[in-house]
Design a binder for this molecule. Structure first.
Ligand code: XMP
Length: 487
């Protein structure tokens, strides 16, 4: 047989979200009991398996904060300068923390005017006052400076050392809270036995911790955050590495010799977990994992995104469901499934798709379209015929490329074509409301299967292949439903 006929005979069947259903199973699980905790990367656990796409109409600091507070994770886009991306990361990390480590401080000889300026710039209401080598000598708060002469020095208005309430580095959260309540202070500096400032606990942070019990946090109580990078931009990677937990190599096709080599260098130079992507085949995953040690996660799926035209322009694609199965198989073969998590990226339209992606072995899904519609996404809000929409465009679209900082992902000089479209998605309100819907649908799905958590879903979910007539039957039919409904 010739090599061309062989291509036809060895053809793979590519299943997509629309082709498969999950069969019901005996259950002892009520939807509310289903636990959605999962892994975002080798080291980081998230409470909900939802990750937002690194796109400039999806993930800036506002969405990353809101999503991490609910239990998911945001990956900051890179269609901006390094400084802008670093500043987004800092914002997320500063949003809340149990103990602030990189405390903003002031010197006693600074003027009140300088103190006010710092407080306004960073939107904070208190500054520890330090001299020679971070030794704490007082604290100055907004109350101290508000009505003071702007030309006097901080040492004239601060609460001095002998009246300060402080704690040592061993203090527990409960003790810190009790101390602050007893002394009616809102900020508690943490010092060592030589009074060197080691951190700061604020009542606001402790209250936020209670307000968002599901939040995805690092070991210091700060919100988890990731950032997208080009494999060729090691300087950006190093700068972001100081602030983010996860770095996502953001290329359309990871299974590329140059990308693999460049990623290897990045992995050796950063301490964050590095996620490789996008991948679409078992061979691609096997080569990635054997060539690069310490890959902490895989982002898979090529061409399924709602704004993608890669599959049309090039006829090359690995739809997300297929890519997920391929990656899961590769991981099983290496004995690493469950250790190195898979992120199923692109084409998620509803909770059923999320259930299918997870049942195929993914630990989480990456979503652009649905999150682009939320209040917290950076895209513009517009009204069309009395309805609200937010703008959404592919990172390979002409629009994104004209903003271009991601020259390498879809538009290397050799890539002259656009691989994405631009448009609008329906406005969906606050991200927390969308998350409620996603949780509800996913828990219901796992309840039908009898899966208490994602690990049980991997074992228990069985698939059915649904023919086009069946696909129509499981959608609402023979009824007139309002235009614009999700179905
Ligand atoms: P959804 O379906 O959630 O997918 O909108 C988001 C994912 O789509 C990918 N992406 C692109 N793919 N051309 C592409 O081929 C593009 O311009 C483009 N922009 C984003 C990306 O993986 C994202 O997470």
């Amino acid at each position: 047989m010739g090599r061309f006929l062989n291509k036809l005979l060895k053809i793979d069947t590519i299943y997509t979200f629309n082709d498969l259903i999950i069969l019901p199973g005996k259950t002892y699980v009520e939807p509310k009991e289903v636990n959605l905790r999962s892994k975002a990367s080798k080291r980081y656990t998230i409470n909900l398996p939802f990750i937002s796409s690194p796109m400039d109409t999806v993930t800036g600091s506002e969405l990353a904060i809101a999503l991490a507070r609910e239990g998911g994770l945001g990956i900051l886009h890179r269609n901006c300068s390094v400084d802008e991306q670093v500043s987004m990361a800092k914002k997320v990390k500063r949003a809340e923390s149990t103990i602030i480590r990189d405390v903003i401080v002031i010197k006693p000889e600074a003027t009140v005017s300088e103190a006010v300026e710092i407080m306004e710039t960073y939107d904070i209401h208190g500054l520890p006052v330090v001299e020679d080598g971070d030794r704490l000598v007082g604290i100055v708060t907004w109350r101290d400076v508000r009505y003071s002469d702007r030309n006097v020095t901080v040492s004239d208005v601060m609460t001095p050392k002998n009246r300060l309430v402080v704690a040592n580095t061993e203090v527990s959260i409960d003790e810190a809270k009790r101390l602050m309540q007893r002394h009616r202070v809102e900020k508690l500096p943490i010092v060592d036995d030589k009074w060197v400032l080691k951190g700061l606990i604020t009542i606001k942070d402790l209250e936020l911790r209670g307000k968002y019990p599901m939040a995805s946090r690092d070991e210091e109580g700060r919100l988890l955050v990731g950032a997208a990078i080009s494999p060729y931009d090691i300087e950006r990677a190093k700068k972001l590495d100081r602030y983010v937990d996860i770095l996502v190599i953001d290329v359309a096709h990871f299974h590329n010799e140059n990308v693999i080599k460049a990623t290897k260098k990045i992995v050796n130079n950063v301490s964050a977990d590095v996620i490789a992507g996008n991948l679409g085949t078992k061979e691609g995953v096997l080569e990635t994992l054997t060539r690069i040690e310490d890959i902490a996660g895989l982002r898979v799926g090529i061409g399924s995104g709602s704004i993608c035209t890669t599959g049309v322009v090039t006829k090359v694609a690995s739809p997300t469901l297929y890519a997920t199965i391929q990656a899961s198989e590769a991981l099983e073969e290496l004995g690493l499934h469950g250790t190195i998590p898979v992120i199923a990226d692109g084409g998620i339209k509803n909770t059923g798709d999320i259930a299918l992606a997870l049942a195929s072995g993914a630990s989480s899904v990456m979503i652009g379209n649905l999150f682009a519609g939320t209040k917290e996404s950076p895209g513009r809000l517009i009204a069309i015929h009395g309805k609200y929409y937010k703008e959404y465009y592919g990172m390979g679209s002409a629009r994104a490329k004209s903003k271009r900082a991601d020259l390498d992902r879809y538009s290397k000089p050799s890539k002259e074509v656009d691989e994405g479209v631009e448009g609008w998605v329906p406005y969906r309100g606050a991200v927390k409301d969308l998350i409620r819907e996603l949780i509800g649908g996913l828990q219901a799905s796992m309840g039908y299967v009898g899966a208490r958590d994602i690990y049980e879903l991997w074992d228990k979910a069985r698939f059915g292949y649904i023919l086009p007539n069946g696909y129509n039957e499981i959608h609402p039919h023979d009824i007139i439903i309002p235009k614009g409904s999700n179905y």
